[in-house]
Design a protein around this ligand. Structure first.
Ligand SMILES: [Zn+2]
Length: 312
């Protein structure tokens, strides 16, 4: 509840400041404003899994209970993985950052079925990683390692989930929790709106499950098409809202649809982010901290190709 109040206060303050932010948490701010314009990306505006989940959508009106429920039984009891063997350096180590969107099976006619990876495939991929000595880390841990300020497991991998879909909470989190691994949620605040796919209580559930929450803007617009005010809103304001919402530092940014240019990167840096992820294919390198490559996990990716993509 306290976090709700903080988030509501943050949004109200932003509105008063004339930041131009729509009331992301309009239920919290009491505004009821709608997002201006539809998001440009299919991944945020036309969530294929909307309505597909058996989990009831909480009502739009916040209540003290909403911050506490609903959570699947396993989420919220995060158990640390068996301590992996940690190594220090080499600081220039290349690390796979996997990119997922929805975990599950697309219903017939959903607009972007390739955003799905089946639950069975996802579970098999996690088993593969575990069996081959990989350990999932957060981007913050990865950046600390690259800076020489932390250690990493011998075979680190980061698991990112873009946009904010209910299947992150309902399917991916329980699977990861059994292994004791964190996920990284690149959260577009569109998903948190009333009737969005990942309401605030579920985001809090992921936080409690050890997930890192990173910034994927307010509305998923192509940032290279926005003016300075638009970039500020989608990068700086969104970070402030996310920090209030999650209680996390929100240190990484994820460019919507992988679109960025020099002006966008400059704002991301000025906003205080540690780094940013793209949709550029490949292993992530420390020299590209604000244009980190990732490996897109495709719906029809065989386990052999999955394994191949991880190789340096
Ligand atoms: Zn996205």
């Amino acid at each position: 509840m306290r976090r709700w109040l903080i988030a509501a206060a943050a949004v109200a303050a932003l509105a008063v400041a004339g930041a131009g932010a729509w009331a992301v948490l309009d239920r919290g701010a009491g505004g009821g404003a709608a997002a201006p314009g539809a998001a440009t990306s299919p991944t945020a505006s036309a969530s294929p899994s909307l309505g597909a989940s058996p989990v009831a959508t909480p009502s739009a009106r916040p209540s003290p209970q909403m911050a506490l429920i609903p959570l699947p039984p396993r989420v919220g009891r995060f158990v640390a993985a068996a301590a992996p063997r940690l190594v220090a350096g080499p600081r220039r180590k290349l690390v796979p950052i996997l990119m997922y969107h929805l975990i599950g099976t697309p219903r017939r006619g959903v607009p972007y079925p390739d955003l799905f990876v089946s639950t069975a495939d996802f579970a098999a991929q996690m088993r593969y990683l575990e069996a081959h000595g990989f350990t999932a880390v957060t981007l913050t841990q990865l950046a600390a390692f690259w800076r020489g300020a932390g250690e990493l497991p011998a075979r680190p991998v980061a698991l990112t989930f873009d946009d904010g879909y209910r299947s992150d909470w309902r399917v991916a989190a329980p699977i990861l929790q059994r292994i004791g691994w964190p996920g990284v949620l690149d959260l577009c605040l569109n998903a948190v709106r009333p009737h969005g796919d990942l309401p605030t209580p579920l985001v809090h559930g992921l936080v409690r499950a050890g997930w890192e929450i990173d910034d994927h803007t307010l509305t998923h617009h192509d940032l290279t098409t926005l003016d300075a005010a638009g970039r500020h809103r989608e990068i700086v304001v969104s970070r402030a809202v996310l920090r209030a919402l999650t209680g996390q530092p929100v240190s990484f940014f994820c460019y919507p649809a992988g679109r960025y240019d020099a002006a966008v990167i400059a704002v991301v840096k000025a906003a205080g982010f540690t780094g940013a992820t793209t949709t550029n294919e490949g292993l992530a390198a420390s020299r590209d901290l604000f244009t980190l490559a990732r490996i897109r996990v495709h719906r029809d990716m065989s386990l052999a190709n999955f394994a191949k993509a991880l190789a340096p």
